[in-house]
Design a protein around this ligand. Structure first.
Ligand SMILES: Cc1ncc(COP(=O)(O)O)c(C=O)c1O
Length: 375
């Protein structure tokens, strides 16, 4: 048996062939045509959002534009800068989007929920204007506390919810609490359009800019005049079509993943009780959709990951401590990162696919248990 870290859930060719043929025949392959517009409307219904979600060629560009729009609204030119509080424990895409906007990350710590430790944040309001929270593995922090912090310190909050499609706080999607968020629709993610990303925002000015930013910043098409320097980051029709087909099955996707998480818990909670590992803490108010199943070992994970590989189970050492990556090391301010330092070499993400057989999950349980028995 071989278990890859990711198994994308996608429609089969028959499900999309007629629409695909139509896209190619009409030549309406891009420029926010029928499927992109319809997908946005369908996503608005799904998320019950006030504003229509905007789609992008990928999540990274969605996040880049979201930061760009807020920076512009705060009155900063592209050449000016300020600091952004962000967890070090994320994917480099989060930090790159900050730096490409000519802003300065301040690396902050996470706690055992693996998302930003809100109790530990130090906010220097002279320098810091924005906070980016990462919904690592689909987990979320206390969104009400986050709101309070943002009001007290007058901070823009952006949720990099790339991994958190479908996650909820107090039975609502995060937009209900007035946050702007980006969700990735990459093939590795919970819900996919092959490549893609979406932004859901809380402010009409941001929404207005986003619609232009993904189209080079053009506010009119005749002469292509711009009032903000955007890029081309539009989603293609074929991605939107695939996303729409997946959205028809979204309940199945989320329920099936949730059932798989429950089966993982039956394996890993006993191992936690024996003191071999720590699992991710999820707040009672949070419904976490688990992109991967993270476990924290008591030791460096190199040997464990090799053992899994020898047994054809492919895990990922994910997320990572960005303040230690070659490009970032020593360049930016850091707050106390003790928990990030503790987990960075000990954390392992195990695969959770939408469709996973009982045999596959039992096999993972068997192999992991045998690893700890031989220790
Ligand atoms: C936390 C985080 N931010 C941003 C991204 C970028 O999203 P995309 O791959 O859709 O560009 C990812 C993707 O893995 C991510 O995990």
């Amino acid at each position: 048996m071989k278990i890859n870290i990711v198994k994308p859930f996608l429609p089969n060719f028959e499900e999309i062939s007629e629409d695909l043929s139509n896209i190619l025949d009409t030549g309406m392959v891009t420029n926010n045509s029928f499927h992109v517009r319809t997908f946005e409307e369908e996503l608005q219904l799904f998320f019950s959002s006030e504003y229509r979600p905007t789609l992008y060629c990928n999540g990274e560009m969605g996040l880049y534009h979201l930061i760009q729009a807020w920076k512009h609204i705060l009155g900063y030119s592209p050449h000016e800068t300020f600091e952004v509080l962000v967890p070090s424990f994320t994917f480099s895409g989060t930090i790159n989007a900050i730096i490409q906007n000519n802003l300065l990350p301040v690396f902050c710590d996470v706690d055992d929920t693996l998302v930003l430790d809100l109790d530990k944040l130090i906010v220097d309001t002279e320098k810091v204007k924005m906070i980016i929270v990462v919904g690592a593995y689909g987990n979320l922090p206390n969104l009400e506390k986050l709101k309070e912090i943002s009001i007290t310190h007058n901070l823009v909050v952006i949720l990099d919810n790339a991994p958190a499609f479908g996650s909820q706080y107090k039975n609502h999607y995060p937009n209900k609490f007035g946050f702007c968020e980006m969700i990735s629709l990459h093939a590795t993610k919970i819900f996919s359009s092959m490549e893609g990303g979406l932004n859901i925002v809380n402010d009409p000015r941001v929404q207005d800019y986003l619609i232009r930013l993904r189209d080079y910043g053009q506010y009119e098409k005749l002469r292509g005049n711009i009032d903000i320097p955007g890029l081309n980051s539009k989603m293609q029709e074929i991605s939107a079509l695939v996303g729409r087909k997946n959205l028809e099955k979204v309940d199945y996707i989320l329920n099936s993943r949730n059932a798989n998480v429950q089966r993982y818990q039956e394996i890993f909670i006993p191992l936690e009780s024996l003191g071999h590992i720590k699992t991710m803490r999820v707040l009672d108010d949070v419904k976490c959709t688990y992109l991967y199943y993270p476990i924290i070992l008591n030791e460096d994970a190199t040997e464990f990951v090799s053992f899994l590989e020898e047994n054809n189970i492919f895990a990922r050492r994910y997320y990572t401590a960005n303040h230690m990556l070659d490009y970032y090391r020593g360049k930016y301010r850091e707050q106390d990162l003790s928990f990030t330092q503790y987990i960075k070499d000990r954390i392992v993400s195990l695969p959770i696919h939408t469709e996973m057989s009982t045999e596959e999950i039992n096999y993972i349980g068997e192999i992991v248990n045998s690893y700890f028995k031989q220790k």
